[in-house]
Design a binder for this molecule. Structure first.
Ligand SMILES: Nc1ncnc2c1ncn2[C@@H]1O[C@H](COP(=O)(O)OP(=O)(O)OP(=O)(O)O)[C@@H](O)[C@H]1O
Length: 258
């Protein structure tokens, strides 16, 4: 494959005696949408935390866009181009969708507006915030306080905030968690629109979403990579079926232990 946008070698993180990630190898091609699946406690959240810089590895290396980043903290990795959305909501509920987007753009823009006049800066911030809402399909909901948005819309807005810094890699931790089926479908459609434009690492329990979206799937079990392959090959992989997807050869949506 082309030079990976992100690669991890020997990535290891233990909590006491529990190896949450054990010698994880990962290589994401530019533009790829990679799903990471695995049973509860497999190490998926730990892996995204290690990649985002929220957790320090005990061992291993991470390269992103041609340089080693394991020594960088989360803020520096965000500046380097790694965006992150969270399982736990990170929105300001009393502010409108547009105000939340504006704040995210302001934070992401850092000092880049520092030498511009305030009015010009404000126009640019507003335009970018509106564009972000458009990207995630929330333009008609711009004036709605976040607390009044549906759960699915809040998750869409979180993606908009993660895009504010124009990341090259987007780390998404269970974007469909807690969603009604219709909301999940809207989220899958949103990720379909984003794919290719940004490299995505998607941790997800919803197997319908995973198999609809992923270019390749990495299966984690007990902190280790059991397999990385195309969706069809993962579906047919006997080890994966035994460990995670169930024995029925189906898509695992009903049988996955999550
Ligand atoms: N802060 C922590 N302290 C101690 N143990 C932890 C901590 N975070 C995670 N673990 C343990 O590390 C292992 C991996 O957890 P992790 O949350 O990364 O798994 P996961 O695949 O994301 O699970 P889930 O699907 O339930 O979110 C589990 O055994 C978990 O109990």
């Amino acid at each position: 494959m082309a030079e990976p946008l992100l690669s991890a070698e020997g990535l290891t993180k233990a909590y006491g005696g529990v190896r949450a990630c054990a010698e994880v190898e990962l290589a994401l091609a530019p533009g790829e949408l990679r799903a990471v699946i695995g049973p509860n406690g497999a190490g998926k959240t730990t892996l995204t935390g290690l990649l985002a810089g929220e957790l320090r590895p005990d061992a291993g290396r991470i390269r992103f866009a041609g340089r080693e980043i394991q020594g960088l903290d989360a803020a520096a990795r965000a500046r380097a181009g790694i965006g992150r959305s969270y399982q736990i909501t990170s929105l300001f509920p009393r502010f409108t969708a547009l105000e939340n987007a504006r704040l995210a753009v302001q934070v992401a823009s850092g000092h880049s507006f520092g030498f511009r006049r305030a009015a010009a800066r404000d126009r640019r911030l507003a335009a970018r915030a509106e564009a972000l809402l458009g990207e995630v399909g929330l333009e008609a909901r711009a004036a709605v306080p976040v607390g009044d948005l549906a759960h699915g819309e809040q998750r869409q807005l979180e993606i908009a905030l993660a895009l504010a810094g124009r990341p090259r890699l987007l780390l998404l931790d269970e974007p469909t968690a807690g969603m009604a089926p219709e909301e999940s479908r809207a989220m899958v459609a949103l990720l379909q629109r984003l794919r290719g434009g940004v490299t995505i690492l998607l941790v997800e329990h919803d197997m319908d979403a995973v198999f609809a979206l992923a270019d390749r799937i990495t299966v984690l079990v007990g902190g280790r990579v059991l397999a990385t392959d195309r969706p069809d090959a993962i579906r047919a992989n006997a080890e994966v079926q035994a460990a995670y997807l169930g024995q029925d050869g189906g898509d695992g949506a009903e049988t996955a232990p999550c």
